[in-house]
Design a protein around this ligand. Structure first.
Ligand code: WTA
Length: 624
């Protein structure tokens, strides 16, 4: 622990030297950098290693071939239990080169955006790395999003090429990805080509001149492709995520800083060893999959598992069956999955040999001390390290986490910052809160993995993350620091909610609801949910003449506009929303009532019509 403290102090006091040395050691450069950080949080012009040149796919592939070309890079765990496919570094390199040649032959060039709307199949990893090899920017859209959500993301990034599959297979169910893509692309004039992976073999419509099956094109493409020499700061990818206002934003990451941070944190937080089999059960459609299924593990030459299924298919033993089958050493998932499994008791866990496990990680939402303890005692047999890792799409990688075997843990705390990371807590006025305190979690300085901008909208980037507390990156999270300096993330303090570990803006859902003629006004807040962590609680003021069917219709609208993850758990009709005299909805009250907290509603004297509150409380109690 003293070593951690010394290195941590050193990483802050000699920040540039610390990161420059790491960059020179850990990345394979075409031209090594001579500088670390330039610019900063004042002008929001920060760059890392800006004069260096490299290619991200080289970090993940080429440099491993000589020493360990036959080592397994990816184990694809298919939807059906017991079905695995091993892909060596040599194989992966060849497949990525073929894909890069194919993309180039379809007109994809350096800087172009490519949309990947794929299930958890190897082609997704291959396409990511092929984009990186060409210098194209991938924009992965989670395959649970609807056609409308896909369309918005394709149009925002102006993608000319989309890669999808005939169908996705997940938990024994089929997801009609090609059909959804067709509906989206119809409204995307920018799209010229759709490449289709055959996964289920279902019959799908292929539009001549636009759609092509990918397999024959790949086998005809050459298995060599020279990686393009990219600048350190060239974008590697865009990933859309929800904020408190408006449409999801395209968070843009850099090549060198991101790659360095992904590999460095993956090795450190999972205490990576040469023969490890590392299993992150996230979907690559989210940032956890980008950094800790693909870029981090492959940069480290590790063996990484790509899991196509769900934690409950065919039963609650599934993860542990994979652990036993593949002798997994590190396992990484979200608290929502742990809660879903814990519900079924210990037996499904105990049914499988977990002696290979060493590190157990969680990410995406706060984990309660009880669930943490169950993960530690039951899954980890009390002998594995549990790492509660806090980070965000925008941070590129983990910022606050224990280091296995080093940091003494406390159930429910993400513990301490990683090297080079300087968290601070501020009050609502931006005053720094030292020592033991609760406040808004900010970061005082940049780190290499930090997102550089929002695609096409640097002003929005500035406003979203640096507007509220100038000179500091504001995370949107509330947090407590205890007497030992440990951080306890308490959840979002803005209008973003974490539903099953997936980020959702309440404003996005509200916009869909009020578009329905049956809804005069709507407000969406989070509410406690046993499995999802946070559920979606909707208050609507109904227009006249809409009967019982309205709620169902609204759920269908949300499913269509965003996807299944955004469908409300509860819809409560109210006679009016609690508003201040200036017309602002008092969400605090709505949040409290949704939690079942009817007393202690704080100052309600500014309400235009206090009587709506008692009606809302009565209605909430009636829901139970
Ligand atoms: C939440 C996921 C508590 C937090 C990597 C953050 C967490 C948001 C934790 C980012 C954790 C993530 N404990 N809360 N260990 N990890 N969060 O962008 O609210 O999908 O702001 O990135 O998830 O979600 P995102």
């Amino acid at each position: 622990m003293q070593d951690y403290k010394n290195t941590y102090e050193e990483s802050l006091s000699n920040n540039d030297a610390f990161w420059l040395e790491k960059a020179q050691q850990r990345l394979t450069w075409m031209r090594p950098p001579s500088v670390a950080l330039q610019g900063g949080f004042k002008d929001l012009d920060f760059t890392w290693f800006a004069d260096g040149q490299l290619n991200a796919s080289v970090q993940c592939l080429d440099r491993h071939l000589a020493a360990q070309g036959e080592k397994t890079a990816i184990i694809w765990a298919k939807d059906e239990p017991g079905e695995y496919e091993h892909i060596s570094y040599n194989d992966l390199h060849a497949r990525v080169c073929r894909m890069a040649n194919l993309l180039q032959s379809q007109g994809v060039e350096r800087g172009d955006r490519v949309c990947l709307y794929l299930p958890m199949v190897p082609e997704l990893a291959v396409a990511m790395l092929a984009c990186a090899r060409i210098g194209a920017i991938h924009s992965i859209v989670f395959a649970g999003f609807s056609a409308a959500a896909l369309r918005d993301r394709i149009v925002d990034a102006q993608c000319a090429l989309v890669i999808t599959a005939d169908e996705g297979l997940r938990g024994g169910k089929r997801v009609p990805l090609k059909e959804i893509t067709d509906a989206a692309v119809e409204q995307c004039p920018c799209v010229e080509t759709v490449l289709v992976v055959k996964r289920s073999g279902a019959k799908v419509a292929m539009k001549p001149g636009r759609d092509r099956w990918i397999a024959p094109l790949l086998s005809a493409a050459p298995a060599r492709f020279e990686p393009v020499c990219m600048n350190a700061e060239d974008p590697l990818f865009i990933l859309y995520t929800s904020g408190s206002t408006g449409q999801p934003k395209g968070v843009q990451h850099s090549t060198a800083g991101y790659m360095l941070y992904a590999g460095f944190t993956h090795e450190m937080v999972f205490d990576l060893r040469p023969d490890d089999v590392y299993f992150c059960a996230a979907d690559i459609g989210w940032v956890t999959g980008h950094t800790y299924i693909i870029y981090g593990p492959l940069a480290n030459g590790a063996t990484t598992v790509m899991f196509e299924s769900t934690p409950l298919y065919p039963n609650a033993s599934r993860y542990w069956q994979v652990v036993e089958d593949l002798k997994v050493s590190s396992f990484y998932t979200a608290p929502t999955a742990i809660r879903a499994i814990a519900c079924e008791g210990d037996a499904p866990v105990l049914a499988h040999d977990r002696s290979s496990l060493r590190v157990l990680g969680t990410v995406g939402e706060p984990i309660s001390p009880e669930v943490w303890q169950w993960y530690h005692d039951c899954v980890g047999e009390g002998r594995c390290s549990v790492v509660d890792t806090w980070w965000q799409t925008e941070t590129g990688g983990i910022l606050i986490s224990p280091l296995p075997g080093v940091t003494p843990t406390k159930a429910g705390s993400a513990t301490l910052p990683l090297f080079g990371i300087e968290p601070l807590l501020v009050d609502d006025e931006g005053m720094e809160l030292p020592g033991e305190a609760s406040g808004n979690l900010c970061l005082a300085r940049s780190w290499p993995g930090q997102a550089r901008t929002i695609y096409g909208d640097h002003e929005r980037f500035a406003k979203t993350y640096f507007g509220r507390f100038p000179g500091r990156y504001f995370t949107g999270d509330g947090c407590r620091r205890d007497a030992d300096g440990y951080y306890w993330i308490t959840g979002r303090v803005d209008d973003v909610i974490n539903v099953s570990g997936h980020r959702l803006g309440t404003a996005e859902v509200e916009a869909i609801l009020i578009a329905h003629p049956g809804v005069a006004e709507a407000a969406v807040v989070g509410c406690p949910h046993a499995i999802k962590g946070t559920g979606i609680y909707v208050y609507i003021q109904c227009a006249d003449g809409f009967g019982d069917e309205l709620e169902k219709a609204l759920c269908a609208c949300v499913r269509k506009a965003i996807g299944g993850i955004a469908v409300p758990d509860t819809i409560q009709r109210v006679p009016g929303l609690p508003k201040t005299r200036s017309g602002k909805i008092m969400r605090r009250i709505l949040r409290q009532v949704a939690q079942g907290n009817y007393t202690d509603l704080g100052d309600v004297s500014t309400l235009a019509d206090p009587s709506v509150v008692s009606a809302i409380i009565a209605g909430h109690a009636g829901q139970k």
